[in-house]
Write a protein that binds this ligand. Structure first.
Ligand code: NCD
Length: 312
């Protein structure tokens, strides 16, 4: 498969670190694994993944660990920074140097923006960013793009709506950056004024002549969307609890709103969901967020196998 050998020993900090062709090759490999679950089984035997999670996670950590186990490898790490030496004041640089001496690849989530890049500079093994504060989350983007491709058959020419906390939502930042490389994409950013997309992302989109608009109203945009990407208001990133309480339920996707959407629109959400998607939507055939979580495991298997150099 084209380009996969290029990914050997490479870190992934934000989506731009991989070319569009490299991402597409990962999707092809993930689809191959999905169709034949025996494919690549045991290919990572004897390899160790370190999962260093300084922030809570369910899907990202478990899907990486499941991916490594399914490839025949093993993992070690922590899910609670309180149980690591970070709680004794150890620097990130030192923690990373240690982990790199035990494992062949590191997956890290950390509340500080820029921490993944810093980690990659101190690590002698590849570092995969599983979320650095409100900055980026590139493997969620691989998950999101694979889901769109599998369910809608293409990514080019789609109109994608992002709704909720676009300021702190790192999954939004990474997906918008990655989508801007596809042809004739339109993006609609729906948020309250206080939670609009950061300027650095907007500037990047403008530089690439991406067609995008910002709105406060969700209902008006529903009929034109091919993909609706819902997000949670990120309580942990607010400085002020009152602001969180005021903004948390600005958008709630319910059956009434879905009635004006296209029949083949898909609803994505990186999860966890709080109130922003009513549970009545879970049975709507357009709700794709649980399938999306499963695609995340396949694409992470493809990523681990490629970075560890067991596919060429
Ligand atoms: C997201 C994250 O951690 O950024 N979740 C995930 O990785 N699946 C979104 C969120 O926490 O709201």
């Amino acid at each position: 498969m084209l380009h996969l050998s290029n990914l050997k020993d490479r870190s992934l900090i934000e989506p731009e670190d991989f070319t569009l062709e490299e991402m597409e090759s990962l999707f092809s490999l993930a689809e191959k694994i999905e169709k034949d679950e025996k494919y690549l089984r045991d290919s990572c035997k004897g390899r160790l993944l370190a999962t260093l999670f300084f922030e809570p996670s369910t899907r990202t950590r478990l899907s990486f660990e499941a991916a490594m186990l399914r490839l025949g490898g093993s993992f070690l790490g922590f899910a609670d920074p309180g149980s690591s030496s970070a709680s004794k004041g150890e620097s990130l640089a030192d923690t990373i140097r240690m982990a790199a001496s035990y494992a062949d690849i590191i997956v890290m989530r950390n509340p500080k923006e820029g921490s993944a890049l810093l980690a990659s500079r101190y690590s002698s093994v590849p570092v995969i960013n599983a979320g650095d504060g409100g900055h980026h989350h590139p493997t969620q983007t691989l998950t999101d793009l694979l889901t769109i491709k599998r369910l809608l058959g293409k990514i080019d020419t789609l109109t994608v709506g992002f709704c909720g906390d676009l300021k702190f939502g790192r999954t939004v930042h990474s997906l918008a950056e990655a989508l801007s490389r596809y042809n004739k994409i339109k993006m609609v950013f729906i948020s309250p004024k206080e939670l609009v997309l950061p300027d650095y992302i907007k500037l990047n989109l403008q530089k690439q002549n991406v067609n995008f608009e910002e709105k406060e109203n969700m209902e008006q945009s529903m009929p034109e969307l091919d993909v609706l990407y819902m997000t949670r208001v990120q309580r942990e990133r607010f400085f002020n609890e009152d602001d969180y309480i005021r903004l948390k339920d600005t958008y709630v996707l319910n059956s009434e709103k879905m009635s004006s959407a296209k029949n083949n629109m898909i609803v994505l959400h990186p999860l966890p969901r709080v109130n922003e998607i009513s549970v009545e939507i879970d049975n709507d055939s357009r709700a794709a967020y649980f399938k999306q979580a499963k695609y995340g495991m396949y694409v992470r298997m493809a990523l681990l196998a490629s970075v560890l150099g067991v596919v060429c």
